[in-house]
Design a protein around this ligand. Structure first.
Ligand code: SF4
Length: 204
């Protein structure tokens, strides 16, 4: 387990080795108690433990990362570098701008932190696991709640409880008028398990 540094600015705290759960609790204690702080604390705790696919600054630009910390976890100082050392190759993500546009279009203007959430989700979409796992959330249920909170009008469209990563990409296809599905309806499609199969496992 890599060392996780979490210390108030301008004061000295010894570097501590913390578990993901301890790190989460430390973050929550310093948080602004917003719903997003709960999910971001999970994401950051997992990321500091070297899990998930998120790169340096969670995929945000450094000033955005600092703004997010100031807003959600005032006084906390967290290293920008991904403990996993992972570097994402956005050159193989041709849909990056479209995904960012989709999420920006639907983000809730009533939620301050939703300004930063899209870039984190887009970075996680480069991973090959379920979106909640690539983000570092602790269960699919947490991801569903995060999306409903930050992108309510988009999330409500997922009426059949499609896997979230698949759902986002399907929105892009439909926006472009592309229908890449191999069947006229999901009910008769051989790919059904990939789009709707269970992904309910959680870390705990
Ligand atoms: S189950 Fe088949 S038809 Fe339905 S969204 Fe997935 S690929 Fe398309």
């Amino acid at each position: 387990m890599p060392a996780a540094i979490l210390a108030p600015r301008a004061s000295f705290y010894p570097v501590q080795v913390m578990t993901r759960e301890q790190f989460y609790r430390e973050l929550i204690e310093r948080s602004n108690r917003s719903p997003n702080a709960h999910w971001l604390a999970q994401i950051i705790a997992n990321w500091r433990a070297g899990e998930g696919v998120l790169p340096d600054c969670l995929g945000l630009a450094p000033p955005q990362f600092d703004d997010l910390l100031r807003q959600c976890f005032p006084g906390a100082e967290i290293e920008r570098q991904a403990a996993s050392g992972k570097i994402l190759d956005f050159t193989r993500m041709l849909e990056r701008e479209d995904l960012e546009k989709l999420l920006a279009e639907f983000r809730s203007s009533a939620v301050a932190e939703s300004e930063w959430i899209p870039a984190i989700i887009v970075a996680a979409c480069l991973g090959s696991n379920h979106l909640w796992q690539d983000l570092g959330l602790w269960s699919r249920k947490e991801l569903s709640a995060l999306l409903v909170h930050n992108f309510p009008e988009l999330a409500v469209r997922n009426t059949k409880d499609m896997k979230w990563k698949k759902f986002l990409y399907k929105q892009l296809c439909e926006a472009e008028g592309l229908y890449l599905c191999r069947a006229p309806s999901c009910e008769v499609c051989v790919d059904y398990p990939q789009c709707f199969g269970p992904e309910d496992d959680s870390f705990s």
